[in-house]
Design a protein. Structure first.
Length: 312
């Protein structure tokens, strides 16, 4: 269930209150907040001991800005990142808007402007692959050499591995592109989840007995096209669901959509409401059916398959 205790999110140095100063800072992109990131957060909270525990992250993804492309698509929006960090116990999040100008900031400038001037950090928690500043010059050896000059302790979290594999945002994207949502969930420590509002669809689902919510994902990363069992969270409750990602070939659809059928529940209206869709298992590929009756029969089978995979 999504935490109701979201971290306070700050996006500009001028908005940072004095209550953030003099604490411990965890630094990273934290895209997807996977199990490796969670080790960094656990260390942050462990050593904070009453002092402010601040997560410093970036948006949009630095690679998008540096390469001027739409890739990589983020595993989590800033809002989703905030919610997930809140579930882990984080109360303070400083989201830095990553721009081409910011990319030219040297590692030393970053220490002085962000860690010292803005936050008066007493300790910094990072992973072993840390790199800050222009051309990623601020690597681990740099931080070990420079941080003592500012009386900032450095805490390095060893690389986390599970089944001899290191969780990474890149690897999770690869797994999702393959439709392996279970492999992605293993690296994240929870189902890969998309949070978005319900928009207006074609309203065909209700006419064939399986009403669907058309989740407006925009340019968000989604798993490979196909049908999945899901857990949908809405207004603090969890519901079993079956979701289709695709173009609706039976109806000659255009443009990829995420459509979700919540099993065994009928809502008066979900338009404009925010759903959290957690992908549990891939059931099948998307396919074109020869008739509406064939489609209805297959959806009924999908619902049963989803219930079985969800244990309901």
């Amino acid at each position: 269930m999504k935490s109701e205790h979201r971290p306070h999110l700050y996006r500009h140095p001028a908005s940072l209150p004095s209550s953030l100063r003099g604490g411990v800072v965890a630094l990273g992109n934290f895209d997807g907040v996977h199990r490796g990131h969670q080790q960094v957060i656990a260390e942050l909270l462990r050593i904070a001991t009453g002092r402010p525990a601040v997560v410093v992250s970036f948006y949009p993804h630095p690679v998008k800005v540096l390469k001027g492309t739409s890739e990589p698509k983020a595993l989590s929006s800033l809002r989703e990142k905030r919610d997930r960090l809140g579930e882990l116990g984080v109360q303070l999040l400083y989201g830095i808007h990553f721009t081409k100008a910011f990319a030219r900031v040297t590692a030393k400038q970053f220490i002085e402007d962000v860690l010292v001037k803005s936050l008066d950090a007493k300790a910094l928690v990072v992973g072993e692959d840390v790199a800050i500043g222009f051309l990623r010059e601020g690597n681990l050896e740099f931080l070990k050499r420079e941080l003592p000059k500012y009386s900032i302790e450095l805490h390095v979290v060893p690389t986390f591995k599970s089944n001899h594999e290191r969780p990474s945002s890149r690897r999770i994207r690869e797994l999702l592109a393959e439709g392996d949502v279970q492999g992605a969930a293993h690296m994240i420590g929870a189902p890969f989840t998309v949070s978005a509002r319900v928009g207006h669809g074609d309203k065909r689902g209700r006419t064939i007995g399986f009403p669907t919510a058309n989740v407006s994902t925009g340019a968000r990363l989604l798993p490979k096209r196909g049908v999945y069992s899901c857990i949908v969270e809405y207004h603090g409750r969890s519901y079993p669901a079956v979701a289709n990602i695709g173009i609706r070939p039976t109806f000659n659809g255009r443009g990829e959509r995420l459509e979700v059928h919540i099993i065994g529940e009928t809502f008066e209206s979900l338009y404009g409401k925010r759903l959290h869709v957690g992908f549990v298992a891939r059931l099948r590929d998307e396919k074109k059916f020869g008739s509406i009756d064939e489609l209805k029969s297959q959806i009924a089978q999908d619902v049963e398959s989803a219930k079985k995979s969800l244990g309901v």
